[in-house]
Design a protein around this ligand. Sequence first.
Ligand SMILES: Nc1ncnc2c1ncn2[C@@H]1O[C@H](COP(=O)(O)OP(=O)(O)OP(=O)(O)O)[C@@H](O)[C@H]1O
Ligand SMILES: [Mg+2]
Length: 240
Amino acid sequence: MERGDALYEGKAKRVYATADPKKVILHFRDDATAFNGVKKASIEDKGRINCAMTVHLLREVEAAGVKTHLIDVLNDRELLCWKVDIVPVEVVVRNAIAGSLAKRYGKPEGAWLPWPLVEYFHKSDELNDPLMTEDIAVLFGWAERRELAWMKEQSLKVNEVLRGFWSRLDIDLVDFKLEFGRLDGGLVLADEITADGSRLWEKGTGRKLDKDVFRRDLGDLSDTYRELYRRVFGHALEGT
Ligand SMILES: Nc1ncnc2c1ncn2[C@@H]1O[C@H](COP(=O)(O)OP(=O)(O)OP(=O)(O)O)[C@@H](O)[C@H]1O
Ligand SMILES: [Mg+2]
């Protein structure tokens, strides 16, 4: 599938049109940003690693019955996907307290929650992705009530699958963000599942294996992502 015009340039990926108006190409770049673009860097091999990770994890959740936008893998940085109308609601699932949840309520990071917490954030770079309630999402026309219910149910299913997946690799899934898109009258899981949008802590040590390494200057993110790649695929990333 040939790449057409670039339709959108995000902070970590680029979306291209294709000859088929129903399909897009998602191109994973090496760029990393934090704090809504305030901190920026190029992280060697991040695009390839996040592309491979997204394919692997989307296939895992598909096997559990969650429909996704993924059609095909084009090369080590590009995926062919159904073009969706992204719902401007980011769904965050949390198994333990960390990040903005800890900050917002003055709680220490690391406490496990008795059951998974689902939060909604309005997808808006200008507004810094503010937290929102279900009523706000419905009142402002960002999602229908039944769409929110469906996204919540699917996100909890994804949580079960991913928690088990990471656990088998001796990693705790602390939290993650998902995006959904409208397609043919329904919704599918879209975008990516990577360590950019997840918190992954090594069991026992609590060592961070996710983008917090970059956000908080805890080490070399490229090394961290390569280690994660090795754990997931059982071998080093080609050419490294
Ligand atoms: N199948 C799809 N069809 C259309 N757009 C998609 C699809 N999957 C993901 N996207 C969108 O493509 C963009 C990917 O770029 P990237 O993830 O780098 O953006 P970003 O910097 O995180 O910005 P944003 O806040 O817009 O997500 C996102 O806006 C995402 O919502
Ligand atoms: Mg994004």
